[in-house]
Design a protein around this ligand. Structure first.
Ligand SMILES: Cc1ncc(COP(=O)(O)O)c(C=O)c1O
Length: 416
């Protein structure tokens, strides 16, 4: 029987569903299951010593400050440190691409958020009325689609090739007068694809022509296993782009610490909306992260993450190549956390998941929910950062054999 709350739900809450990922993660968390499902960093690589040292120091030296309420837009020291980090990355990327250095980012252009997921919610509140059209890649990050759907967005989906969103498809979508575009140019979730510098320049030019605001989500840019990524869209179109960053993949997701960089006026508006969401992001988390940034240990930590994850990425690619059916196509990411697999048309990855869990004790995420307007039932996302190479090889082998059996059954069952 519906309770007193259920019968009074607001229209927007009636359609809200729990993410498929979260439901799957409940089973995938069992110790007997090898999970390629979540976007989980390797827990054994969390920089516990650096975080402990920073936590002890900030409580010992400025304990009261680290435990007090703070400003909504974030700790001034952390905003400055992030502005400096972003400006340095912009400059390095511009230099590598042979472009002039963009204007540096100032602390007033940085808003600290409770993870970048909060930024996605605040941006939705800022820009979306029910029924508004917006642009996303096809496929795109499930958590973002969830936030946009809660604000009743409609989607113009942009086709991708191996270099990410295609210029022609993006141009056509932007011509439909959307509110904004949400793009992941760097080691995209879920596909792992990354835009070349050439593609970034072409995409930035199309954005400029259309004059449509862009949200650039970049949690994975520091996790590159070959060359560093090209210039950010924000550095190429600073007046039209706001960029999201996070400590979730470089320090630890439990800190719940992210940021938005953008024009000062937009940052001020987002900050107003954040006031009613949570007053401000955890002061303690902000002080601890700032302590780690100031300790000088971050570059070595990032180098460690890159080398360990590069090995796991290689193991995943080798295993998929070796054990998956020859008809499966898959991406070859050079950074980030995911490999994206496309099985033959007609195969439903969501229906294979229970078999994979029961028979082979392996979890993955079926790809359909990442598609803003449906489709992609024959796709799946595999995370490679959370498991060791030998575990990846073994579990992908089991998954591959299960897929071979499922494909053979589907073939035999097909009408003549
Ligand atoms: C593309 C993308 N954006 C945002 C997030 C949310 O991250 P956070 O932990 O900073 O909220 C994730 C998490 O996996 C992600 O992959």
């Amino acid at each position: 029987m519906p309770n007193a709350f259920d019968i009074r739900l607001a229209a927007r809450s009636k359609g809200a569903k729990s993410s498929a990922i979260r439901e799957i993660l409940k089973v995938a968390a069992r110790p007997d299951i090898v999970s390629f499902a979540g976007g989980l960093p390797a827990p054994e690589l969390f920089p516990v010593d650096a975080l402990r040292a920073a936590a002890v120091a900030c409580l010992a030296e400025g304990g009261a400050q680290a435990l007090q309420y703070g400003p909504t837009d974030g700790d001034p020291g952390l905003r400055t440190a992030i502005a400096e980090q972003v400006s340095a990355a912009d400059e390095a990327a511009a230099r590598a691409a042979g472009l002039p250095a963009p204007a540096p980012v100032g602390p007033e252009q940085v808003l600290i958020t409770t993870g970048s997921q909060q930024a996605l919610d605040l941006i939705s509140k800022l820009l979306l009325d029910p029924g508004d059209l917006m642009v996303t890649e096809n496929p795109s990050y499930l958590g973002a689609l969830q936030a946009f759907r809660l604000h009743e967005a409609r989607f113009a989906a942009v086709a991708m090739d191996e270099d990410g969103a295609t210029v022609e498809s993006l141009r056509a979508a932007l011509a439909r007068d959307p509110k904004f575009a949400y793009l992941l140019p760097t080691f995209q979730n879920p596909t792992g694809r990354s835009m070349s510098t050439e593609r970034r320049l072409a995409v930035a030019a199309v954005i400029g022509e259309a004059g449509v605001p862009v949200v650039e989500d970049d949690p994975y840019g520091a996790l590159y296993y070959g060359e560093a990524p090209g210039p950010s869209l924000r550095s190429l179109q600073p007046d039209l782009t706001i960029a999201l960053g996070t400590f979730s993949k470089t320090l630890a997701p439990g800190l719940r610490l992210g940021w938005v960089v953008g024009p000062q006026g937009v940052i001020a508006r987002l900050s107003q909306l954040k006031q009613s969401a949570d007053l401000h992001t955890s002061t303690l988390s902000q002080h601890v992260a700032l302590g780690v940034m100031r300790s000088g240990t971050l570059p070595a930590h990032l180098a460690l993450l890159r080398s360990v994850y590069a090995e796991r990425c290689e193991a995943m690619l080798t295993a998929v190549e070796q054990y998956f059916p020859a008809t499966a196509r898959f991406t070859r990411p050079t950074g980030g956390m995911f490999v994206w697999v496309e099985l033959p048309k007609g195969v439903d990855a969501a229906r294979l998941l229970p078999l994979a869990l029961e028979q082979e004790k392996v979890a993955f995420v079926p790809g359909e929910p990442f598609h803003p307007n449906g489709g992609g039932e024959n796709t799946m996302r595999l995370n490679f950062t959370h498991s060791r190479p030998e575990v990846i090889l073994d579990a992908v082998g089991r998954l591959g054999r299960m897929l071979e059996r499922a494909l053979a059954d589907a073939f035999h069952a097909a009408p003549a």
